[in-house]
Design a protein. Structure first.
Length: 227
C-alpha cells in the first residue's frame, strides 16, 4: 500500500491502467486505506540532504502546472522532522509564480534526482511560503547551509507521500565537486610522480659520468662515417 499511489491513481489514471493491462499490478499497490500522510524514511531523508537541487511543481488558478528548479549547496533543503522539509528562498527573477500558486493551492510535487547514483525520488506535499522575518527561529534553523542571495521567504513543505522512481534511463552525470573528490587521489599520485621525476632528472644531470660530451659524440659520428 502506498499513500503516493492513492493520490496519483485518479479515476482517469485507473481507466488508462485497465486499457494498458497494468490494473492488476496497480490494485496490489492500492491495498489498505492510504489515508494518512507517510513519514520520511531515513533513506529518503538522507537522499534529500545529499542533493544540491530539485524540481518544484505547483498549479496555478487556471489549472496550468508550473515547474521551477531550486538549487543551492548540498543540504540546503533541510529535513525538519519526519513530515516536514524547509529551505530559505532567495530573490530570483521576481515573477513570484510559485509563491502566487501556493496562495491559491498549496498542493505541490517535488522531484529529487541524483544523476551520479542514478536515483530519483518523487514527493507530494503541501507547501507554504512566508516572509523571511515571520519566524526568526525557523530562519536560523534553515540558515546553514543555504542558497546564496537575499533571503525573501521561508518555504516549508508538509510531506504527504513519497515514491522512489525506477533508475532506468538516468544518464550518469557528475558535478565538478563530485569529479574533484573522485579524482583527488589520482591527482595527488600524479603530483608525487612528477616531483619524483623532476628529482631524478636533477640527480642524473648532476652526475659527471652521465653528462653528454658533444665533441666526443661528434668525433665518434665522423669515425663511423669513414669506416
Amino acid at each position: 500500500m502506498s499513500r503516493y499511489d492513492h493520490l496519483a491513481y485518479t479515476p482517469a489514471v485507473r481507466r488508462v491502467q485497465r486499457e494498458m493491462g497494468s490494473a492488476a499490478a496497480a490494485d496490489r499497490r492500492l491495498r489498505g486505506p492510504g489515508e494518512e500522510a507517510e513519514p520520511l524514511t531515513t533513506a529518503e531523508a538522507d537522499f534529500i540532504r545529499g542533493l544540491d537541487g530539485f524540481l518544484f511543481a505547483s498549479v496555478g488558478e487556471t489549472g496550468w502546472p508550473y515547474l521551477q528548479f531550486r538549487g543551492g549547496p548540498t543540504g540546503f533543503v533541510h529535513v525538519l522532522d519526519a513530515h516536514t522539509l524547509g529551505y530559505l528562498d532567495v530573490r530570483g527573477n521576481r515573477q513570484y509564480i510559485t509563491t502566487g500558486n501556493l496562495r491559491a493551492d498549496d498542493r505541490v510535487a517535488l522531484f529529487f534526482l541524483d544523476h551520479a547514483r542514478q536515483a530519483r525520488l518523487k514527493l507530494f506535499g503541501h507547501a507554504t511560503a512566508v516572509p523571511a522575518g515571520a519566524d526568526p527561529v525557523l530562519a536560523r534553523r534553515l540558515g546553514s547551509p543555504r542558497t546564496d542571495g537575499t533571503v525573501e521567504q521561508l518555504v516549508t513543505i508538509r510531506v504527504e507521500a513519497t515514491a522512489w522512481n525506477c533508475p532506468n534511463h538516468i544518464t550518469p552525470r557528475f558535478s565538478r565537486r563530485e569529479l574533484s573528490d573522485s579524482l583527488a587521489p589520482l591527482q595527488d599520485r600524479l603530483t608525487r610522480l612528477e616531483q619524483e621525476n623532476a628529482a631524478l632528472r636533477a640527480e642524473l644531470a648532476a652526475r659527471p659520468d652521465t653528462a653528454w660530451d658533444t665533441t666526443s659524440r661528434d668525433d665518434t659520428a665522423r669515425d663511423d662515417t669513414h669506416r
